[in-house]
Each structure stands twice: as structure tokens, then as C-alpha cells.
Design a protein around this ligand. Structure first.
Ligand code: SF4
Length: 61
């Protein structure tokens, strides 16, 4: 599974807090995908981050 962050991101930081291996808050104040999940553990936390996004800004790419 690959992810992308769309324009709905409000920079709350939840995704980066839940799954920092995949999501990072950038200097622009919005989340970015820094890597694709490479393990089952990271796949699970990335899916959790996607489900936790308050603005549905995380999409499957
Ligand atoms: S959880 Fe959603 S709104 Fe919050 S930083 Fe991540 S992508 Fe943006």
C-alpha cells in the first residue's frame, strides 16, 4: 500500500504521531509521505494514521 496526502491536510500532526515511518510534518506545515510502508507493523500503523486523519487527507495512492 502506498499513500499520498491531499490538499485537505490541516497540519494537525496526528498521522506523523501515529506512523512517523511514513508521515512527516514538513516545513510547510503539512504532512508528507516520506516512505512507503515496508513491514506489516508499519502497514498497520499507516492504516491507523489514515483512519485517524480528521480531514480524510490521506489517500491510497
Ligand atoms: S492527520 Fe491528516 S490533517 Fe493531520 S497532518 Fe496528517 S494528513 Fe494532515
Amino acid at each position: 500500500m502506498k499513500y499520498l496526502v491531499n490538499e485537505n491536510c490541516i497540519g494537525c500532526g496526528a498521522c506523523a504521531g501515529i506512523c512517523p515511518d511514513v508521515f512527516e510534518l514538513g516545513g510547510d506545515g503539512y504532512a508528507h509521505v516520506v516512505a512507503d510502508p515496508q513491514s506489516d507493523t508499519v502497514r498497520e500503523t499507516a492504516a491507523e494514521a489514515m483512519a485517524s486523519c480528521p480531514t480524510s487527507a490521506i489517500e491510497e495512492a
